[in-house]
Design a protein around this ligand. Structure first.
Ligand SMILES: Nc1nc2c(c(=O)[nH]1)N[C@H]1C(S)=C(S)[C@@H](COP(=O)(O)O)O[C@H]1N2
Ligand SMILES: [Mo]
Length: 207
């Protein structure tokens, strides 16, 4: 009889480390789930465009080729769904959202973004919260996003619940006033900070 020494048993040795890097109430998913409202939109590179409009000096309308030609970056970040699954160490390739906004020249009195997606999904972000880890991603782990994960273009915002990481993004509306997006209107938290566990709007604040 051969007994495998205890130390060889695969145990959650990294539990403590994991606890440090997982936001409260989250569990690591073994596979990357696909989650969204409605249908995966079809993508036609000939007609697809990406628009940045609203309170701007230089509104943008970019073709798929022009989006691909923007200066690119790679960012490693986690994805945390409010339904409690997380995927860790995703490598995202794409364009810094900040760079796109700078290119368009956000007006001084504009502080909010309403992100518009194919199919009508929306989500809102405060422009001041958009740090150097927020991407308009085209790639995941070195390959183009799959259609169900948001190809050709999705937001990735690792420190906010994943409903802010909008898939199939077609437009950024730069606004003076905040406007709640799809889930924010249904009582989900406006800022959605995963570290503060901002899942739902405070009582009475649902719009
Ligand atoms: N356009 C669009 N983007 C969306 C959603 C959606 O319904 N429509 N769902 C969000 C939610 S709740 C989550 S958890 C993530 C899931 O991304 P994934 O399917 O790539 O895992 O997409 C987000 N982006
Ligand atoms: Mo989600």
């Amino acid at each position: 009889m051969f007994f495998r020494p205890k130390s060889r048993v695969r145990r959650p040795a990294s539990d403590a480390a994991l606890r440090d890097r997982l936001p409260p109430g989250q569990i690591v998913a073994r596979r990357w789930p696909v989650l969204h409202q409605g249908e995966v939109p079809t993508f036609d590179p000939a007609t697809w465009d990406f628009q940045v409009y609203g309170q701007l000096e230089r509104p943008l309308r970019l073709t798929w080729q022009e989006v691909q030609d923007l200066p690119r970056t790679v960012m490693t970040g986690d994805l945390h769904c409010v339904t409690r699954w997380s995927t860790l160490d995703n490598t995202w390739g794409g364009v810094l959202l900040r760079d796109v906004l700078d290119r368009a020249g956000v007006a001084d009195d504009a502080a909010h973004l309403l992100i518009h997606c194919d199919g009508g999904y929306t989500t809102n972000l405060a422009i001041a919260a958009i740090d150097a880890r927020v991407l308009l991603a085209t790639d995941h782990d070195g390959a183009p996003l799959t259609p169900e994960h948001g190809f050709p273009l999705r937001i990735v915002f690792p420190d906010r619940y994943a409903w802010k990481s909008a898939k199939w993004v077609r437009g950024l509306e730069v606004r003076i006033e905040d406007e709640p997006g799809f889930w924010e209107r249904y009582g989900y938290h406006n800022e959605a900070d995963v570290w503060e566990e901002e899942r739902f709007a405070p009582d009475g604040d649902a719009r």
